[in-house]
Ligand binder design. Sequence first.
Ligand code: PAF
Length: 294
Amino acid sequence: MEVVETIAQLRTLRQSLKGRVGLVPTMGYLHAGHVSLVAAARADNQHVVATIFVNPTQFAANEDLASYPRDMPRDLNMLQKAGVNIVFAPKAESIYPSDFQTYITVEQVSQGREGGARPGHFRGVATVVAKLFNLVQPHSAYFGQKDAQQVVVIRQMVRDLNFLLSIVVCPIVRETDGLAMSSRNVYLTPDERQSAKILHRALQIVGKLYDEGERRPQVLRQTAWDILDHEKRVQPSYVSLADARNLQEIEQPIDQPLLFSIAAQVGKPRLLDNCLLPLALNTQEGATRVLGAD
Ligand code: PAF
C-alpha cells in the first residue's frame, strides 16, 4: 500500500494504474463501515484508492473540526488489511491553498435535514468530493447509506457536472445492539451509548409498520417521535419521511421508495440513522439503485 500526501505524488501514481479504480473517500478514524466500503470497492475494481482528509469546509465554526477524532497509524493499518492500494492523506493547504475560491452548491437536495441543521455543510462536502473525483478519476466511488442525504447531494452533483463515474451506496453497518457505526460514537458516555440504541429501534418499528401496510406519513413520523421521547438523553433534531429520489418531504402516501431518517443530539455527538422503505431496499443493490444511480 502506498501512502501519499501531495497532489503531484497522487497524480503520478494514478497515471501508472491500468484498469478500474474505486475511490473510498473518508475523514479517517475508521470503523467497520469504512472497511465495508473498501470491500465493495475491491469487489468491483482492480485498484482501490482511499482518502483520509478531515475536510475543514464541511464543519461550521461551532462544530468539532479541531477535536474530530484522528488516528492515522490505526487507519493505515486498517486500510492495508482491507486491501487498499493507495491512500491519499493530504494536508489542508494542498486541498485549499490560500487563494482557493471555488465552491460547489447543490441547491435543492442540500436543503432540510442535515442541510438545515448544518448550514454550509453540503457545500463543503460537494466541493471536496468534486476535487477528489478530479484528482483520483475513479470509475466508481463508494459511500455509506448512513449519510443518505450526502449521497443524494453527491449523486446530483455527478449528474449536473457530468462526472464520469458511478456512485455505489453500501448498507449501514451496525454495532450488535443496532447503533449505526460512526466515528463520532466515540464521544458517547456509557449511559448515552445505551440511550443511543433507540434510534435504530425507532427505525425498526417504523419499517415494520410500513411493511405491514401503514402508509400515512404523519403516523409513521409520529411513531418515531413517540419512541424517541422515551429516552431523555436523546434530543431529536428531526424525523423525516421523504421521497428517496429527490428528498422532498411527503405529506400524502406516494408509491415511490421512501427515505425515513432521524437525527438526534445524544450528549456531544449528533447521531444520524435512516432506512429506506420498503425495508427490502436496504441492501447495496437497493440503496445504490434508489440513492446512487442515475
Ligand atoms: O462521509 C464523509 O466521511 C465525508 O463527508 C466525505 C465524503 C469523506 C467528504 O469529506
